[in-house]
Design a protein around this ligand. Structure first.
Ligand code: NCD
Length: 308
């Protein structure tokens, strides 16, 4: 990691660093499952400041902090329960909260906000999603999941299906995939294609990617199918969303086409893009993926505090 803050997955484009995070996450899981108490962050305070809804990210960060012996202060809806309602700027809020805590987990609706926050914070800022920008810790747990499921990341064929325009988990994951030798397929409704800047990045890294118009064309050959929901909250009109909301769905028919050892991932929440009928298939990896978030976040907290 280049800085004490986690703003973008571009900070992690080194297989060695990624490997050590994954190793630490393995250790965390092992200790957690064995019931071994870790008290390494005793006396430290994590503040979670969420301007957008969250289930997995906030709960897993808070749980991770508790499991490491630290404490948590939190507002689950900063937009309603903090001084933003009185007109306070993010900059002032961050200056204040960084005086009360040792690390801030920030989710905000504006791209670039985590980077701005990091300039005004005296403690590490972790970007837990900045609008349509990035969601680096999600991408780390996504990559960790691939590593765990396959034993390796190189040589996998991965299809990213869904809202590639607004999906911040996709953006962060693509950076990380750039550190490996993988084949990428991009599948989205025409209006929700991947922004140019990420394509340029893949080009620069020499990563093989193809934009495909239908998942059926490649379903038989892929190892990982990473599905996202259409990011309704980023649309200007309800109509626009309504037109696109049923563009794709993974169901048991589709599953029949997939390799036996392929996996389906999703950062969650899902709306209707993955049928609940397939949840019990061993290839449905999304709940395992969500659980991995706890261990990756324990590992990240441990690393950050060790470094500082
Ligand atoms: C994602 C997010 O917030 O970007 N959720 C998550 O953290 N697992 C994905 C989404 O909301 O679709």
């Amino acid at each position: 990691m280049e800085s004490m803050h986690i703003i973008s997955t571009k900070q992690f484009l080194d297989k060695k660093i990624l490997g050590s995070i994954f190793k630490l996450a393995d250790d965390m899981e092992e200790k957690d499952r064995a019931g071994i108490l870790i008290n390494s962050l005793k006396g430290k305070i994590l503040a979670s400041l969420f301007y957008e809804p969250s289930t997995r990210t906030r709960f897993s960060f808070e749980s991770a902090m508790h499991k490491l012996g630290g404490n948590v202060i939190s507002t689950e809806s900063a937009i309603h329960f903090s001084s933003v309602t009185k007109g306070e700027s993010l900059q002032d809020t961050i200056k204040i909260i960084s005086g009360y805590s040792d690390i801030i987990i920030l989710r905000h609706f504006k791209e670039g906000s985590a980077e701005i926050a990091s300039r005004f914070s005296s403690v590490p800022i972790i970007n837990a999603g900045d609008g349509m920008g990035e969601h680096p810790t999600q991408a780390l747990l996504d990559l960790y999941t691939i590593k765990k499921e396959f034993g390796n990341i190189d040589n996998i064929k991965i299809a990213l299906l869904g809202d590639l325009l607004y999906g911040r988990t996709i953006h962060s994951l693509l950076h990380l995939l750039g550190a490996y030798n993988v084949d990428i397929f991009l599948i989205s409704p025409e209006q929700l294609k991947l922004p140019e800047k990420y394509k340029n990045y893949l080009d620069k890294k020499g990563i093989d990617y193809k934009e495909i118009d239908n998942i059926k064309k490649i379903i038989k050959e892929i190892d990982v199918l990473y599905v996202t929901r259409i990011q309704k909250e980023r649309f200007n009109s309800e109509d626009e969303y309504e037109k696109l909301k049923n563009s794709y769905k993974i169901d048991s028919e589709m599953l029949k086409e997939m390799k036996d050892n392929a996996i389906i991932m999703h950062p969650l929440p899902r709306v209707n893009e993955i049928s609940t009928d397939i949840d019990d298939d061993k290839r449905a990896a999304y709940f395992r993926q969500a659980k991995n978030g706890l261990y990756i976040r324990m590992a990240l907290l441990e690393m950050i505090f060790k470094k500082n």
